[in-house]
Design a binder for this molecule. Structure first.
Ligand code: CA
Length: 648
C-alpha cells in the first residue's frame, strides 16, 4: 500500500493545477474536464462546442466518517462506455437509447478513507455521483454537507423556483414545490425565502447554450436535494431544512456502505431541444421491483377541481362517473372528505356503479395528520404500515385501481421512505399512485412501476383559488415543458373548458386563456394519467370540436420533439401518439400577436391534418387542411391563445 502511494505521488503532483481527465460525449460536442484544486478538492468544468457551460465547479462532501471535500489525492482513473436501450411507457418517449462515455475517479482522504466519483457523459447529458466503499468496520455514513456545486459564467440567466419555508401555507403543508418561477433572472437574484431553489433548475448560458440541472435515483435511502442560494459564484447542493416534516426525521441523509449518492444531472444543449427531449432522469435508474398487474394510464375527470369540497357526495360523484363514461374516460377521482361525506359503504356502491359504466375510481388520501394540520379526511391512513395495508386491502376488494396521496412535508429521507413505502404497498394490491402536495419525482416513473404522477407545480387548483394565477396562466404554461415537466411527469389536473371557475360556470375566477390554449395544454403537459378539469356542463356549453378533441387526445406518447419556443414566452411541441399520430401543440404568452413559421418534419407535403384553433377570434373550431410545405407551416397566435394540429 505504501509503495503504491509513493509511486502515485509524482503523477498526482503534476495534476494538482492541471486537468486530471477529459471525457467527451460520443458525438464529441460535450466535454467534461475534471481536476484537483491546490487544496485537494475535486473540480469539474463543462464545454459545449468549445464554449464554456460550467466553469471550475466544486465536488466532494463532508461526512461523519471523513472530509471528502479537500485534502484528497487522486488514486485511480477508469474510463468506459454505457450503451443501453429500454422501453418506458409513462414518459415523453416510449423507447430510449442511452449512449455515454464514463469516467470513474478514485480519491483518497487518507486514514483508509476512499471515495470515487462516477461520471456518465452522453451527447447532451452529464451525470455524476459519489460512491463510497466499506473500509474497516464502518458500514454506515451520514453526509453532513455536500460541496457539489455549479459555477456558471456570469452572463448566465436563470429560470428558477424557490424552496419555501417549512411548515407554512395551507394547513402548514409546505414545502410542496408550489412556488412561482422567475424567468431570465440574473444569477445573483436572491431566492424568495432564502432557502435556495428546487429542482429542476434551468440556466441560459447566453449564446453558449442552455443547461437543466436535476437529480435522479432518489429513493428511501437518501433525501431530496436542492440548490442553495448563489454564493461565491456557485449554486451548491443543499439538503432539507431541519424544520421540514414538522421536525420529524433527520435533515441529513444516512447511507449504508458500500453505497452511493443519487445521480446529479446536467442536460446541455446549444438550443432548448435537448432540454425538452432529455430522458436522463430515467437512463440512470432501473425498476426497483416488478409489478404483477398492468398499470393502465388513462384519462379521467374530478369533481373537486371546479365544484370543490361540496361535491364530495354520492350524487355528485354519480354525475361525474356518468360524465366520464360519456367522454370514454377510464377514471373518476374522488377527492378529499369522502370518508365523512360518502363513507366506505358509499364508496363501495360508487365503485360498483362506476365499474358498470367501465370507469375506475381513484381515491384521495392525506399522507398523514401528524406533520401538518390537515383535517380533510381520510388522515393517518397512509403514514404507517398497519392502517395502510388494511386500507389497500379494502381498496383492492372493491376493484379500485388508483389512489392520490396528498400533502407531504418536504424532502427528508424519512419522507422519501414514505413515498416508497406507499408505492410498494400499493403495488402489492394492484394500485397505482399519484402524489400531490409533494416533491418532484426523481426517476420514479422507471423505478416504481405503479407510480403514475406527481403534482409538484402550481397546478390547476390555483386557477380556482386566484385571479392573479389565471392572469399568468399563459406565462406558467410556457415554462413547464422546459423545466418541471422536462425532468418528470407532471399531474397538473388541467384543461378547463369552463369560462368561469365555479360549479355553474357563472362566478368565481375568470379564465383568460382561449379554449384552443386549453386543448394545447392537454398535449404540452405530460402525465400518463390525466385528470382533466372538465365538468358535465362542458358537454353542452363548450365547443363540440373541443369535446371531441378531449375524447380522443392520448395520455401516453411514443415520442416528443421540441419545435419552437422560449420559456416564459411561447412553446410549440410535437408528440407522437402510441398509434402513430403526431399532435403538434403550441401556446403563447407574448404581448403581441406571434407569427410562427414552423418546421414540422413529421408532416409531409399534401398531407391532410386537422387544425384546432380560434382563428384569431374564436370560437374554437376543427378545420381540415392540406399541408403545403411542412418546413414552413405558418400560424399567428395571440397572447393566451394556442393551437393543436393532429394528423388525420
Ligand atoms: Ca396542490
Amino acid at each position: 500500500m505504501k509503495l503504491r502511494n509513493i509511486a502515485l505521488c509524482a503523477s498526482v503532483c503534476a495534476w494538482l493545477t492541471g486537468p486530471a481527465a477529459t471525457v467527451s460525449s460520443p458525438d464529441g460536442r460535450l466535454v467534461l474536464t475534471t481536476s484537483l484544486s491546490a487544496e485537494g478538492q475535486p473540480l469539474y468544468s463543462v464545454t459545449y462546442d468549445g464554449q464554456p457551460i460550467l466553469l471550475d465547479s466544486p465536488l466532494g462532501f463532508v461526512s461523519n466518517i471523513g472530509d471528502f471535500s479537500k485534502g484528497l489525492t487522486l488514486t485511480g482513473e477508469k474510463t468506459g462506455k454505457v450503451d443501453k436501450s429500454y422501453d418506458q411507457a409513462k414518459i415523453k418517449k416510449s423507447h430510449i437509447d442511452w449512449k455515454a462515455n464514463t469516467l470513474t475517479e478514485s480519491y483518497s482522504a487518507g486514514k483508509k478513507r476512499d471515495m470515487s466519483i462516477e461520471w456518465q457523459v452522453g451527447d447532451n447529458d452529464i451525470a455524476f455521483r459519489y460512491v463510497i466503499p466499506v473500509e474497516g468496520g464502518t458500514r454506515s455514513m451520514i453526509i453532513e454537507k455536500e460541496a457539489s456545486g455549479f459555477r456558471f459564467p456570469d452572463f448566465t440567466t436563470t429560470f428558477l423556483t424557490p424552496q419555501s419555508d417549512a411548515m407554512i401555507g395551507w394547513k402548514r403543508t409546505k414545502p410542496s414545490y408550489e412556488e412561482n418561477y422567475k424567468a431570465d433572472a440574473p444569477l445573483n437574484e436572491p431566492s424568495q425565502y432564502g432557502h435556495g431553489f428546487t429542482f429542476p433548475a434551468l440556466f441560459h448560458v447566453g449564446d453558449n447554450g442552455w443547461a437543466l440541472l436535476t437529480e435522479t435515483g432518489v429513493d428511501g435511502y437518501f433525501c431530496g436535494s436542492r440548490l442553495g442560494d448563489y454564493k461565491d459564484g456557485v449554486f451548491a447542493i443543499e439538503y432539507p431544512m431541519p424544520e421540514e416534516n414538522n421536525g420529524n426525521g433527520s435533515a441529513n441523509p444516512a447511507i449504508s456502505l458500500p453505497g452511493a449518492t443519487p445521480w446529479r444531472t446536467i442536460t446541455i444543449g446549444k438550443t432548448l431541444k435537448p432540454i425538452v427531449e432529455t430522458t436522463i432522469p430515467w437512463n440512470l435508474v432501473e425498476p426497483l421491483y416488478r409489478s404483477d398487474f398492468e398499470v393502465k394510464p388513462g384519462k379521467g375527470t374530478w369533481s373537486w377541481i371546479l365544484w370543490q369540497d361540496n361535491s364530495i357526495n354520492y350524487d355528485d360523484q354519480i354525475k361525474f362517473i356518468d360524465f366520464a363514461a360519456d367522454m370514454g374516460y377510464q377514471n373518476v377521482l374522488v377527492d378529499n372528505w369522502w370518508d365523512t361525506n360518502i363513507g366506505k359503504d358509499g364508496i363501495a356502491k360508487l365503485a360498483k356503479y362506476a365499474q358498470s359504466k367501465g370507469v375506475n375510481l381513484l381515491i384521495w388520501y392525506s399522507s398523514s395528520g401528524w406533520w401538518n394540520d390537515i383535517e380533510q379526511g381520510p388522515i393517518n391512513k397512509m403514514s404507517r404500515p398497519i392502517p395502510r395495508k388494511e386500507e389497500m386491502k379494502w381498496l383492492e376488494s372493491l376493484g379500485i385501481k388508483g389512489i392520490k396521496v396528498d400533502f407531504f412535508g418536504g424532502d427528508k429521507q424519512e419522507t422519501m421512505r414514505l413515498y416508497e413505502d406507499i408505492l410498494s404497498d400499493a403495488n402489492d394490491h394492484g394500485i397505482s399512485v399519484i402524489f400531490h402536495g409533494c416533491t418532484m419525482p426523481r426517476g420514479w416513473e422507471r423505478m416504481y412501476p405503479n407510480y403514475v404522477g406527481s403534482e409538484a407545480v402550481l397546478a390547476s387548483e390555483n386557477l380556482v383559488f386566484s385571479q392573479d394565477f389565471c392572469d399568468i396562466e399563459d406565462f406558467n404554461a410556457t415554462l413547464h415543458p422546459f423545466i418541471r415537466n422536462a425532468a418528470g411527469v407532471m399531474e397538473y389536473g388541467g384543461t378547463v373548458l369552463n369560462k368561469r371557475l365555479n360549479r355553474n360556470n357563472d362566478g368565481g375566477t375568470t379564465r383568460r386563456t382561449t379554449d384552443a390554449f386549453q386543448l394545447a395544454t392537454s398535449v404540452l403537459f405530460q402525465n400518463p394519467v390525466q385528470n382533466f378539469a372538465l365538468a358535465p356542463n362542458n358537454l353542452t356549453d363548450a365547443p363540440a370540436d373541443a369535446i371531441e378533441f378531449m375524447k380522443a387526445v392520448p395520455t401516453t406518447w411514443d415520442d416528443t420533439v421540441f419545435i419552437d419556443g422560449y420559456p416564459g414566452k411561447y412553446v410549440v411541441l410535437a408528440r407522437k401518439s402510441t398509434d402513430g399520430k403526431w399532435y403538434i401543440a403550441g401556446v403563447s404568452a407574448e404581448e403581441k400577436p406571434l407569427k410562427l413559421t414552423l418546421d414540422l418534419p413529421m408532416l409531409t407535403k399534401g398531407q391532410e391534418v386537422t387544425l384546432y384553433s380560434e382563428d384569431g377570434k374564436g370560437p374554437l373550431k376543427a378545420k381540415s387542411l392540406k399541408v403545403k410545405d411542412p418546413a414552413k407551416v405558418q400560424l399567428t397566435l395571440n397572447k393566451r391563445d394556442g393551437f393543436v394540429i393532429v394528423e388525420e
